[in-house]
Write a protein that binds this ligand. Structure first.
Ligand code: MG
Length: 218
């Protein structure tokens, strides 16, 4: 079983479900030509999709276009159901950075047919995940900065104050649909600048000043 860990702590969390938001930054919605949803758009990745710093992304043979999406990751430390927004941050054990690797060609076909996205989003190695920093280290989760470099070139640079649904609301909303347990992870959507990766690319994702992740594309 894969586990999430926290900087400076011996605590380990067996990874549970990974709930992901789509379309949570206006500029990213525009770049893909999507509509802004009234409610968060959700999908899940299985825990088997997770890889860690230093690991390798392997693109399935049925895709020709795999995109990176850098995202703020939330680690649930205390479970709950119907968590109110005011208490939502108390349920977080840590903050980290993740990549929501997406088979864009496959996802576009699924979207056209009105089918679920999991084949495009949940493949093995589709969720590179950093070590988390303790939640106490973050005073305000809406004042964080995400960056992604590929082969040393900046591709994504966004701040969490541009989220449509802030972290408190995301945790509350997700918990109204699915009981949250310690070790569950929530990915909170990507800012603009997504694009394809190529074989041999080195991806460096950063929650600036807090967490870092480097992975290579096979
Ligand atoms: Mg995403």
């Amino acid at each position: 079983m894969k586990t999430a860990s926290i900087t400076g702590s011996s605590a380990e969390y067996p990874l549970g479900k990974i709930v992901c938001l789509a379309r949570n930054y206006v500029d990213h919605i525009r770049e893909l030509g999507n509509e802004t949803p009234a409610q968060p758009v959700l999908f899940m990745k299985p825990a088997t999709a997770v890889i860690f710093d230093g690991d390798t992304i392997r693109i399935p043979s049925f895709s020709r276009e795999c995109h990176y999406e850098v995202e703020l990751a939330l680690l649930i430390g205390r479970g709950g159901k119907n968590i109110p927004e005011e208490a939502a941050l108390d349920h977080l054990a840590g903050y980290g950075v993740a990549l929501d690797m997406t088979l864009r060609d496959v996802q576009n076909e699924l979207k056209k047919k009105g089918l679920p996205w999991e084949i495009a989003k949940g493949f093995d190695t589709s969720c590179p995940l950093s070590v988390f920093v303790p939640a106490e280290a973050v005073a305000d989760p809406q004042e964080l900065r995400l960056r992604l470099e590929i082969n040393g070139e900046l591709r994504q640079d966004g701040t969490t104050d541009h989220m449509i649904h802030p972290v408190r609301r995301i945790v509350s909303h997700v918990s109204s649909l699915f009981t949250l347990e310690p070790g569950d992870v929530i990915l909170t959507g990507t800012p603009a600048g997504v694009g394809p990766v190529c074989s041999g690319d080195k991806l460096r994702a950063e929650l600036v000043g807090l967490a870092m992740l480097e992975v290579t594309v096979e």
